[in-house]
Design a protein around this ligand. Structure first.
Ligand code: BDR
Ligand code: CA
Length: 316
């Protein structure tokens, strides 16, 4: 039997890798119904991230997709951004046209709440590709949604690979650790795609050329985005290519068999400045703490990229 079409909300701070994640979802209409996209402050400020989301939706040709703007900054901290990785616009690389579609009026947090309340219980999956501010604010404003969410699948954190913005912390969790703490304590089913997984998903030269060769504008723009995006991590790690983080969230929904995970407790460091935003992963079960996370430690990089080539080829 064909599995049910999965309804998702994408919460995002595009970001080249966020953009590829959005494109993967929009290129998979048989399995995934995108109910809407919500921008959050992260890689760059909210305004620019929202604009980037509109541009990515237009690039894909799926201009029917609703885009909302969410929170302008973290719950308790000053916003930290990552232009040094993603460029001045957050989406440097290709020249994308001025977006014609407009942001919806409704605040992104209210869109998340309303959508989850409207749809049947346990049929909406949250895909979080940036700091968890909107998700946490929605949980604070409407705790009832917690019971109704099917699952949250998020990119963030790490254990074996350490951090990427500090030695201890990954960017998305670091930017808003209090929001992450709310989400990880909520009781919602959580699947976490950490750096331990995404660091094996490298944008090699050969893979970028495959995107360029897809023969559509989405393929060309993706190649240009990833060429820009990888330069920072190539220099930092000395690898062939950069890790393509956020699309693993969507790939996990499409093909969970590509990934290996383990049920563990994950807690968020909010107290210390030194380790702010660290995901404390009880991988070996040394505490009695509740196993709140399906932690994806590894995956099949070739299978992941084949899925991306296949689905992005179907877009404009
Ligand atoms: C995460 O941080 C952002 O810069 C990327 O888009 C990804 O979501 C990786 O640490
Ligand atoms: Ca992101």
């Amino acid at each position: 039997a064909k599995p049910m079409r999965r309804k998702i909300i994408i919460d995002t701070d595009p970001g080249q890798d966020d953009a590829v994640a959005i494109l993967l979802a929009l290129g998979s209409p048989a399995e995934i119904e995108v109910l809407g996209i919500v921008a959050v402050a992260g890689n760059v400020g909210l305004k620019q991230n929202a604009r980037n989301a509109l541009q990515v939706v237009e690039l894909s040709g799926r201009t029917d997709i609703a885009v909302h703007a969410g929170c302008e900054g973290p719950m308790r901290r000053k916003l930290v951004t990552a232009e040094y990785v993603h460029g001045k616009t957050g989406l440097d690389g290709p020249t994308l046209p001025e977006p014609k579609i407009r942001l919806r009026e409704q605040h992104g947090v209210d869109f998340i709440i309303e959508t989850i309340r409207r749809e049947p219980a346990k049929t909406v999956t949250l895909c979080a590709l940036g700091p968890l501010t909107n998700v946490a604010m929605a949980l604070v404003k409407a705790p009832d949604i917690c019971e109704r969410v099917q699952e949250i699948v998020l990119m963030g954190g790490g254990l074996f690979e350490g951090g990427n913005i500090t030695p201890a912390a990954e960017f998305n969790i670091y930017v808003d650790p209090e929001a992450a703490d709310v989400a990880f304590h909520s009781g919602m089913p959580i699947t976490q795609a950490p750096l331990d997984l995404t660091h094996s998903m490298l944008t090699t030269r050969a893979r970028i050329e495959r995107f360029r060769g897809l023969g559509n504008r989405t393929g060309t723009a993706t190649a240009e985005m990833l060429e820009f995006f990888e330069r920072f991590d190539e220099q930092k790690y000395g690898w062939d290519g950069g890790p393509l983080h956020d699309p693993v969230v969507i790939a996990y929904l499409l093909k969970p068999e590509l990934f290996q995970g383990r049920h563990v407790n994950v807690a968020i460091e909010t107290g210390s400045e030194l380790t702010r935003g660290m995901t404390v992963v009880d991988y070996w079960g040394v505490t009695g703490r509740t196993r709140n996370v399906n932690y994806l430690r590894s995956g099949d990089a070739d299978g992941f990229y084949e899925l991306l080539f296949e689905r992005l080829a179907t877009l404009a």
